[in-house]
Design a protein. Sequence first.
Length: 514
Amino acid sequence: MKKLLSIPVVMGLLLFASCNTAKQTAANDNGKIEITIVQINDVYEIAPLDGGKAGGMARVATVKKEQLSKNGNTIMVMAGDFLSPSVYNSLKFEGNRIRGKQMVDAMNVAGVDLAVFGNHEFDIPEADVQSRINESKFFWVSSNTFQKKGNEILPFVKNSLPVPQPFPKAIIRTMTDKDGTTVKIGFIGLTLPFNKAPFVSYTDVFESAQKYYDQIKDSCDAVIAITHQAMDDDIKLARQIPGLALIIGGHEHERHYAKIGNVYITKADANAKSAYIIKLRLNKKDNSLKLKADILDINEKIALDSATNVVVKKWTDIANSSYASLGFDATKVCMQTGDPLDGREAYIRTQQTNFTKLIVAAMEKASPAADAVIINSGSIRVDDILQMPVTQYDVIRSLPFGGSIMEVDMKGSLLIKILNAATKNVGSGGFLQYSAALSKDNNGWSLKNIPVDAGKTYKIAITDFLMTGGEANLDFLTKDNPDMVKVYPVFTDLNDSRSDVRRAIIRYMESMGK
């Protein structure tokens, strides 16, 4: 039987000390105190995007410092998803995969104080997750997400400290202002149980939230939930626990704001294109709490913090050197004008978007002899909208795994099986994007308005990953399938666009401007 080991729910002041160490002076204490929270979530890029106009951890660091200069009781919170997905995860530094190392480095210097797991944290191997935890200088709180160790289920642990620190299921921070007003703010951390990595175990989000809220509520002046889950679930949580002061949320990549009863819910834009500045004003004399949340666009109007920018530049140089070795020029613009390209997961895993249509068109141009092309939506990991101008780096980060475009001859029976199987993958990375020439009606699949003949051979251009059989419900898609007539050699010449799907996209974009 698996055993969930318990640890102290609340970590003491030595582990999460206040920024402001003013001594209580009861005679001057007015009973009022303001707490500032800088919120970011779903950040995969340390450098500014959109031609340098939006985001950037160096700008986030400036925001944190500016707020801290106004109020010593300021903390910065990361509401999950920062280790993955990222183009850096496929790159190496000093012989090891980077896998979020650049992000933790930037967060440490930028001044992140507290973080929760996002579901994408567990895209990377357990050893890398542990390394990133050990490297982090910020605190973590995890109320429903635990580590599997053999037959035991344990809290994740930061073991780089002199005394290993298990992640608390709830945490209380004591803050004191200049006149001596002291409050205790409690935090619980919740993650949607989406990624079923073998080293991770989840307890029910709502049961865990209720349990740890109940355990700390009487010891706190306010309790805040930091969550990484869908907005609908945050709304459900607010209704379930109306005593929460605030839900700091992640997971969606667009800003959200709601007030459910007295519970505020905030979510910022992904990749630090915005941050929420949240002010909690507590009055100990009448036990009241007022909250004000303002969204701040992180753009070129905000200066780059010099210390954080050094870290950003270090990792950017490392990445650019790696891209150059693969034949890419990360800073080069490949698409100057046009509508923003929609690569958001919620859309590309359920339907076509202008970005997926462009990718399919690029593959078709790279493989003109193919009857149709197929790519899985999981190859597209940007989960963002690409603004113009689009650089080669934007393409690289959109499809971080790259991979060649393979050409294969297959029986129509196999093509039909692939297309039918993929209909089960709506909402997941196995949802397929394919040529507009392929269509389905009540009579089955057609190619260029002609029914696909089960006995006929078709030439299909397909990504190399799909040919491994590793995609959901497509395990039969391998070179050994009896209906696979011929698998052509992989294209390795960098002059051939089929050598890397990203190269095909970049060249297609460049051709559009001519």
